[in-house]
Design a protein around this ligand. Sequence first.
Ligand SMILES: Nc1ncnc2c1ncn2[C@@H]1O[C@H](COP(=O)(O)O)[C@@H](OP(=O)(O)O)[C@H]1O
Ligand SMILES: [Mg+2]
Ligand SMILES: [Mg+2]
Ligand SMILES: [Mg+2]
Length: 405
Amino acid sequence: MAIMALNPLARVPKPHLHFSLSIPHRSSSSSSFSPQSILNPSRRRRAASFMASASLYHKELAAAKKAASLAARLCQTVQKAILVSDVQSKADKSPVTVADYGSQAVVSLVLKMELPSESFSLVAEEDSGDLCNDGGQDTLKRITKLVNDTLSMDGTYNITVSEEDVLAAIDSGKSEGGPSGQHWVLDPIDGTKGFLRGDQYAIALALLDEGKVVLGVLACPNLPLGSIGNPDKDASQNQTGCLFSAKIGCGTDMQLLNGSTPNRIHVTTIENPADASIFESYEAAHSQHDLSSSIAQKLGVRAPPVRIDSQAKYGALARGDGAIYLRFPRPGYREKIWDHAAGCIVVSEAGGVATDAAGNDLDFSKGRYLDLDTGIVVTNKKLMPSLLNAVQDALKEKIQNAALL
Ligand SMILES: Nc1ncnc2c1ncn2[C@@H]1O[C@H](COP(=O)(O)O)[C@@H](OP(=O)(O)O)[C@H]1O
Ligand SMILES: [Mg+2]
Ligand SMILES: [Mg+2]
Ligand SMILES: [Mg+2]
C-alpha cells in the first residue's frame, strides 16, 4: 500500500501544545486575574489541567472524526443499494454486511494514515474469517472496491488498496484491549439490524488510554439534526446525519456529518422522572422491554418508550432528546466494549452518567467484554438516584414473579 503517496496536507492538524503556564499581563479591563489568583495553587492547577486536556488527544480526535465520517459515507452508499447477497450471517446468527467490513477497513486504514507515528492497537467487532471461506471472494472484491471508492471520494488519499490490504486492515481489529496503553475501540456499524431496515445505525469509535475512555465519536448517518423526541417544524432541523464527538474534560459537540460548525450539547436538565422519556433498543432480543416498562411505571413516566437502534441513543440522549436510556439484555449475554465506549463518553462529557444496574461505573479496561451487573442505565445526574432505586425494585419484582411461576 503506497502510504508514502499520501498528500501531507491531508494530515490532521498537529496538536497545540500549550502545556506551560505563562503568567498573563494584568490589564485594567481584565478582572479575572488578581495577584492572589495567579499565586493560588489550586487555581493554577485547574488552569493547567484545563489547558492540558484541551490539547491532549487533539490529533487523535481529529483523526477519529475523519475516519468515522468516511466510514459513514461508505455505509450510506451501501444502504442506498443494499443487496440481499451483501448480507451474511455470523456463527451467532447475527447479520454482517459488506458495509460492516468496509467500514472497519476504512477506519483502520484512515487511523493508521493519519497517525503514522503512533503505535496502533484496535479492538473491533468484525474479523475476516468468513471472507476467507469459499464464496467469500466476490464479497471481498466488492468490499475492496467500496473501500477504494470511499478513500478516493475524500480527495486527500492518493492510494489504492488491494484485497490483502483490506483483509489485513479488518484483522488489525483483533486486539484484546486491556488496562494498559492506548487502544482504539470500534463498532464499524452498530445497529446492523437497523441498518438493514433502513433505520438508525452508528459508526462508533473511541480511544482507551490506560483503561479509560478518553475520546469518542459517533457518526449517525440517519439521525435528524432536530430532536427525535419532539420533531421540529423547522425544515433546517430535519436535515439528517449527525457527528457527535467528545474528549475527556472538554465536553461533547455535535455537527452535521456533511460538515457544519460543531455545537456544544448537554443532557436534559429535567429533575422530575414523570417528565422523562425513555430510550431503548428497537430489538426486544437486545433488551427486555417488559423490564423497562416496569421501571417506567415505578418512576411515573408518562411518555411511551422511544425504540431506536444503535448508539444513536447515546447521541440523542447527550443532546437532551430524551432523559433515560435503559438496556437489559437477557441473562447470560456479555456486553462488548465497542457497543458502549464511544456512546458512554459522548453522554458523560455532555453531563450525563452511564452505569450498570447496580450503579457501578462501566469498566472498559477488562478486554473485549464489559463485566457488569445485569444491565446499563444512562441518564442525567439528578435523575440517577431515583432511576437506580426503580431499577432495583423492578429487578427484585421480576425475580419474585419468576419464583412464583
Ligand atoms: N442478545 C443480545 N442482547 C443484547 N445485545 C445484543 C444481543 N445480540 C446482539 N446484541 C448487540 O446489540 C447491538 C445493537 O444494539 P441496539 O439494540 O442498541 O441497536 C448489536 O450491535 P451490532 O449491530 O454492532 O452487532 C449487538 O452487539
Ligand atoms: Mg454485529
Ligand atoms: Mg454493536
Ligand atoms: Mg456492529
